[in-house]
Design a protein around this ligand. Structure first.
Ligand SMILES: CC(C)(COP(=O)(O)OP(=O)(O)OC[C@H]1O[C@@H](n2cnc3c(N)ncnc32)[C@H](O)[C@@H]1OP(=O)(O)O)[C@@H](O)C(=O)NCCC(=O)NCCS
Length: 214
C-alpha cells in the first residue's frame, strides 16, 4: 500500500484566520492559474483572504501541521453573501484593498473592466431574502505536492458540517467546465450538477450540495 506523506499523519483542520492570508493567496495563485482572481495578484488576494474570516458572511478551514500553524497545506473558503464581502472590501477594508488593486490595474488595464463587472454582479442580481440563505464555496486549494492524498476531502467534509451547523441548506460552487478533476472531486462529496453558464467568455458549471439534507 502507498505510504502517506509523513506530514499528513499530523494534519489538523482549524478555522481559517486572517494570518493565513498570505499563504492562502499563494495557494490560490498556484491552484487557479489564468483566472480573473489570480490575475488580481498576490497583494489583492491577501487582502481578500484577510477580510473573509473577519466578515460575518465568511468562513473557512485551514489544513495545517500543528507544529507550523501559519503554513497552510490547504484551505477552503465560503461565504453566505458575496455582496456583504464586497461591501466590506469597498468600505472598512478600502485603505488596504485599494492601493494594491490600483497598482494592478495600472499594470493590467483590462482587469479593471472585469473587476467592475465582478463587483457589480451581486448588487445587480441580489439573492432573494431567505431565512437560511445558500452559501457559496469560493475556493478550495491544496499545496500542489500534497494533492490527491485526501486533504481536499477533509476540507470539503468539514465545510459541509459547518454549513449544517449554521442551518445552510444549499452550498454552491462554480467550476470551469474544462476542470474535469475538480468536477469529479465535487461530485464525490455530494455536489450535483445544476447548470452551465458563461462567465467572462468561459464556460462554467454550477454544482450544488444540500448539507442539511444529509
Ligand atoms: C481540487 C483540490 C482542492 C482537491 O484536493 P486534494 O487534496 O487533491 O483532494 P483529495 O485527495 O481529497 O481528492 C483527490 C481528487 O481531487 C481532484 N483533483 C486532483 N488533482 C486536481 C487538480 N489539479 N485540480 C482539480 N482537482 C484535482 C480529483 O478528483 C482527485 O481524484 P482522483 O485522484 O480520483 O482523480 C486540489 O486538487 C487542488 O488544489 N486543485 C487545484 C485548485 C482547484 O482546481 N480547486 C477547485 C476549483 S476552486
Amino acid at each position: 500500500m502507498e505510504k502517506r506523506p509523513a506530514q499528513l499523519e499530523r494534519i489538523t483542520l482549524i478555522p481559517l484566520e486572517p494570518h493565513h492570508a498570505t499563504h492562502a493567496a499563494r495557494l490560490h495563485i498556484l491552484g487557479q492559474p489564468g483566472t480573473f482572481l489570480t490575475g488580481l495578484g498576490a497583494d489583492v488576494l491577501t487582502v481578500l483572504y484577510q477580510t473573509l474570516p473577519l466578515s460575518q458572511a465568511g468562513f473557512g478551514f485551514a489544513a495545517v501541521d500543528p507544529s507550523q500553524p501559519h503554513a497552510l497545506l490547504g484551505f477552503v473558503s465560503a461565504t453566505t453573501s458575496v455582496a456583504a464581502l464586497f461591501l466590506e472590501l469597498g468600505t472598512r477594508r478600502l485603505p488596504a484593498f485599494l492601493p494594491p488593486l490600483l497598482r494592478r490595474f495600472a499594470r493590467h488595464p483590462a482587469l479593471a473592466a472585469r473587476a467592475a463587472q465582478t463587483l457589480a454582479y451581486p448588487f445587480l442580481h441580489p439573492a432573494p431574502a431567505q431565512a437560511f440563505p445558500p452559501a457559496e464555496l469560493l475556493s478550495i486549494m491544496v499545496e500542489p505536492a500534497l494533492r490527491s492524498a485526501g486533504i481536499g476531502a477533509l476540507l470539503v467534509v468539514a465545510l459541509q458540517a459547518e454549513c449544517r451547523r449554521r442551518g445552510i441548506s444549499a452550498l454552491d460552487v462554480t467550476v470551469d467546465t474544462a476542470n474535469d478533476a475538480a468536477q469529479r472531486f465535487y461530485t464525490r462529496y455530494g455536489f450535483a450538477y445544476a447548470q452551465t453558464f458563461s462567465l467572462y467568455g468561459r464556460s462554467m458549471r454550477l454544482y450544488r450540495a444540500k448539507p442539511t439534507a444529509a
